[in-house]
Design a protein around this ligand. Structure first.
Ligand SMILES: [Zn+2]
Length: 404
């Protein structure tokens, strides 16, 4: 990558040094911290984030930042770092500390060795998203070192449990840990493009309860599997009301697990399915659940008077969309532009911790982080060091624009 030639607009005495995007970002810190974080096996399930959270808290304190551990269940914790300001309207950067399992495929690079080869760091979590967490910390450390005193706090919300249920971010909402916040920046991998919308996540579970009978006399039973096969078609054919979103496209519905029956000669009395729905800002998740319940109950009544159906949801995160004209979006685009050129602005089909945080605090979000989005959860996951350093530079500039 060519050394950049754009002067740092907020700090003119800082001359870029060779090999550095900007000399105020400590490149070695970004690299070492990313590698140290990868070596903690915070694989979810079960998570085990407490050790890595404690380590990160200590590192932040060594770098002159405040830190507070937020214990969840045994062995699991969030950690919140802080560069203190005077007023409200905090700028929150967030990243998760858990990673998905290495998976069944062969890796060329050991998943937890954090090898650094040819300008890339390899390992589970390098891209999704311990590299992003390290970039945030390096940015805040650089600001602290240079005596930056923000007008509101700059917070580092490092969460547990993002990969399953967003439990850490939810706790930060339930406990008011981010009270006074004004902006949220999610450092999930975006190749440093700027995503301002994400789909809602709605997991619906449906159970059909019929009546068992000998397989040779099916007329005596109520076949739950047969009912469910019809319900699946009904769900897939149903056109839910929505307005198509420019950034997110259409909503989706996918029936992803099914279980029912236990013997070839027994009419099954129970069948369960799990349905993954991704919703748009024009939809209301709770209304969608009610529509599914009505469809299921209506079909059950048609099928057999003794067929009962249960519908519930255990994951319900709203869709989010930040207006392009929001100050947060403008500032993020400006920060990226000054470091690496004009970013694309778009949306993502998945949910992030923002869905558990933004509605509670009523704040806008952007997703902007180092690493290729398609690299997450892959074997030989890796991240480019140059992007990590650029990310840190972008975050430091963003803090200066928004709370400087
Ligand atoms: Zn992630």
């Amino acid at each position: 990558m060519a050394p950049h030639t754009i002067a740092f607009p907020f700090d003119v005495e800082t001359a870029p040094r060779k090999g550095h995007m900007d000399s105020h970002i400590d490149r070695d810190l970004v690299i070492d911290l990313t590698r140290d974080l990868i070596r903690f096996r915070s694989v979810n399930p079960p998570g085990n984030e407490q050790e890595v959270a404690e380590f990160l808290g200590q590192r932040m304190e060594q770098l002159g930042l405040e830190s507070r551990l937020e214990p969840l269940e045994p062995g699991r914790a969030n950690v919140i770092g802080r560069l203190p300001g005077k007023g409200a309207g905090h700028l929150v950067f967030t990243g998760h500390l858990d990673v998905v399992p290495p998976g069944g495929q062969e890796w060329k690079h050991e998943p937890f060795d954090a090898e650094l080869i040819d300008g890339r760091i390899y390992g589970r979590g390098s891209c999704d998203m311990k590299g992003g967490v390290a970039a945030i910390v390096a940015a805040m450390a650089a600001l602290q070192r240079r005596g930056f005193r923000p007008r509101a706090d700059v917070l580092i919300a490092a969460t547990a449990g993002e990969e399953a249920g967003m439990i850490g971010a939810q706790a930060m909402s339930d406990r008011g840990s981010l009270k006074g916040s004004g902006y949220l920046v999610v450092a999930e991998p975006s190749d440093l493009d700027v995503f301002i919308a994400e789909k809602g996540v709605l997991w619906v579970r449906i159970r059909a309860l019929g009546r068992t009978a000998h397989g040779s006399m099916p007329w005596l039973g109520v076949n739950a599997v047969s009912f469910m096969s019809r319900l699946i078609s009904r769900l897939e054919e149903h056109s839910f009301d929505y307005m198509e979103s420019e950034l997110l496209g259409k909503p989706t519905l996918s029936v992803n697990t099914i279980s029912g029956g236990n013997k070839i000669n027994v009419v099954p009395d129970v069948c369960d399915i799990e349905v993954d729905l991704r919703t748009l800002p024009s939809q209301d998740n709770d209304e969608v659940i009610e529509i599914i319940r009505e469809l299921a109950e209506g079909l059950a009544a048609e099928f057999h008077p003794d067929l009962r159906v249960e519908v519930w949801s255990d994951q319900n995160k709203p869709p989010l969309e930040t207006q392009r004209s929001e100050k947060l979006v403008e500032a993020t685009v400006e920060a990226v532009r000054s470091v690496r050129g004009e970013p694309a602005v778009g949306g993502v089909t998945y949910g992030t911790d923002a869905a558990a945080i933004c509605p509670t605090y009523g704040i806008p979000m952007v997703i902007c982080g180092p690493g290729a989005p398609g690299m997450a959860h892959q074997p030989d996951e890796n991240v480019e060091v140059e992007q990590l350093v650029q990310a840190a530079d972008i975050y430091a500039r963003l803090a200066r624009i928004l709370v400087g």
